[in-house]
Design a protein around this ligand. Structure first.
Ligand code: URA
Length: 261
């Protein structure tokens, strides 16, 4: 009898042990003669074998990183594009600490002028063509009856290269998408490239300035033409006549196209 009692107690103990392992802790109390088994924890707080599993945290579907093309397309105003340019390390040259020279002028201009890259004075003031070449450019513009504020002026590069060297091919390639977006936003009817670097970069033609000038090329819905850079004109006064011819053609084409007076 004692033996079977002991067996029964050990069976019950084993059962309770297994039960606790599976369903969690409990207490036993007596209620009017009935044994009531109470779990020690609320049903939803009971520990079970899943409690130590790592929690599955739902995250947003991974999105592919925005390309620079997407970010440029998202800019619909010059202010938005300027902000993007301010953040863009790829627009920088290897000269440290330069300022962004984004562009200046009438945001709705029908005539856009594009130079090469900012020089020292442009970097200091954050505005294109404000040095000696800029003074000459203002005179050229006024000779064909434009105020500086009538047109929009930008450069292939938006940062100054060291020692006023020519923009290198890599810098031009990195800067071009930003300039193209700037052109798309402004939608000029005519683009006048100032100098060989500007003309060959935009037309993607490696040739001499002499062979580029004197024609209007279709370019992204506008017409593009090329003349000598004002800085080159300061060093080579014999180019005054060809520049005068080129800018007169620009003025005539501007009027023919019915551009804003
Ligand atoms: N030369 C350029 O090409 N751009 C400037 O802004 C100034 C000088």
């Amino acid at each position: 009898m004692n033996q079977s009692k002991n067996n029964l107690i050990s069976d019950i103990a084993e059962f309770l042990d297994i039960d606790e392992k599976i369903f969690g802790p409990y207490t036993i109390s007596y209620n009017q003669g009935d044994v009531v088994q109470k779990r020690g924890l609320d049903e939803d707080k009971q520990s079970n074998e899943y409690d130590n599993q790592p929690e599955i945290v739902r995250t947003e579907e991974p999105t592919s990183p925005q390309t620079i093309g997407d970010r440029l397309k998202a800019c619909t105003t010059l202010e938005e594009l300027r902000t993007l340019c301010e953040e863009a390390d790829e627009l920088r040259t290897d000269l440290e600490g330069t300022n962004l020279v984004f562009g200046v002028g009438n945001p709705n201009a029908d005539l856009m002028l594009i130079g090469e890259a900012p020089g020292q004075e442009e970097d200091r003031q954050g505005e294109p063509f404000v040095g000696a070449a800029g003074q000459l450019l203002n005179k050229i513009l006024s000779a064909i009856k434009f105020e500086r504020d009538d047109v929009y002026i930008a450069n292939i590069l938006k940062h100054r290269p060291p020692g006023n060297r020519n923009p290198n091919p890599d810098e031009r390639v990195r800067s071009l998408p930003y300039l193209l977006r700037q052109i798309e936003i402004i939608q000029p009817k005519i683009i006048l490239c100032l100098g060989k670097i500007s003309g060959t970069t935009l037309l993607k033609k490696e040739t001499t300035l002499r062979s580029l000038r004197g024609q209007f090329y279709p370019f992204h819905g506008t017409e593009l033409t090329v003349t000598y850079h004002p800085a080159a004109l300061l060093r080579n006064p014999q180019w005054k006549r060809p520049v005068w011819e080129d800018v007169q053609k620009v003025r005539n084409r501007y009027d023919e196209l019915g551009c804003k007076p």
